[in-house]
Design a protein around this ligand. Structure first.
Ligand code: FNR
Length: 196
C-alpha cells in the first residue's frame, strides 16, 4: 500500500518560488515512499467561481479534471505563497470550485467528495521575513479543515525564499532541506496510518 499524494503550488507563475519548493518537497515525499503526482495549477486554468455559471454549466472542464485527480489521491501537498495576508486567489478559487458538486445545484454535500478523508501537508514560500507562517498557512489550514481534510501539524514556512534556492533549484541551507524531508516523511506516514 502506498500513500498517493497530489502535489502542487498555489502559484501559477512560471518562475514561482513555491513551484521550486513543491518540487523539492515532492521529491522528499517520494524518497519517504510516497507515490507523488506533481501538477501545475497553470495547466488547469478556470474562471473565477460564479454561482450563475455553475448553475448554467456545472463545473468548468479543468475543475472536473482536477476533481478526478483529487479523487485518485489520498493526500494533498500544497505549497503556497501569501497574498495580502492570506491564500492567493488562484488557490482559493481552485479549492472553491472543487468544493462544489457536478452541477446538481447548491447546498448538496456531494461537492466535498474530493476532500473527504484526505490528508494534507502545507508549506509556503515568500521573499519576506515570515514565509507564510502567520497568515497564509493558518488560513489554508482552516479552509481545508472546514472541508474535512486532516491537515498534519508539521509544516514548512520558507522566509527569504528569493535567496533560498541555487541555480539547480535546490535548497541552499541543509537545515531547511532536512526540515522539508521530515515534513514530507510525516505526510507520507500520516497518510498511510489514516488509510490503513
Ligand atoms: C504578495 N506578496 C506577499 N508576501 C508576503 O509575505 N505576504 C503578503 O501578504 C504578500 N502579499 C502579496 C500580494 C500580492 C498581490 C502579490 C502579487 C504578492 C509577495 C509574494 O509572497 C511573492 O511575490 C511570492 O514570490 C509569490 O510566490 P511565487 O509566485 O514566487 O510562488
Amino acid at each position: 500500500m502506498a500513500a498517493k499524494i497530489l502535489a502542487f503550488a498555489g502559484s501559477a507563475r512560471r518562475d514561482s518560488l513555491n513551484k521550486k519548493l513543491v518540487r523539492v518537497a515532492a521529491r522528499a515525499a517520494r524518497e519517504a515512499g510516497g507515490e507523488v503526482t506533481l501538477i501545475d495549477l497553470d495547466d488547469f486554468p478556470m474562471p473565477i467561481y460564479h454561482g450563475d455559471l455553475e448553475d448554467a454549466e456545472g463545473l468548468p472542464p479543468n475543475a472536473l479534471k482536477l476533481r478526478e485527480l483529487f479523487l485518485a489521491h489520498d493526500a494533498l501537498l500544497i505549497v503556497s505563497p501569501e497574498n495580502n495576508g492570506s491564500v492567493p486567489a488562484v488557490l482559493k478559487n481552485t479549492i472553491d470550485w472543487l468544493s462544489r458538486g457536478t452541477g446538481d445545484g447548491h447546498g448538496t454535500n456531494s461537492g466535498i467528495a474530493p476532500y473527504r478523508g484526505k490528508v494534507a501537508g502545507l508549506a509556503g514560500a515568500t521573499p519576506g521575513p515570515w514565509g507564510t507562517l502567520y497568515q497564509c498557512l493558518p488560513h489554508l489550514r482552516i479552509i481545508l479543515t472546514k472541508l474535512t481534510v486532516t491537515v498534519i501539524p508539521q509544516q514548512v514556512p520558507l522566509p527569504h525564499a528569493d535567496e533560498a534556492f541555487d541555480e539547480q533549484g535546490e535548497l541552499r541551507d541543509p537545515k531547511v532541506a532536512k526540515s522539508v524531508a521530515a515534513f514530507a516523511k510525516s505526510l507520507v506516514e500520516t497518510t498511510l496510518k489514516l488509510k490503513a
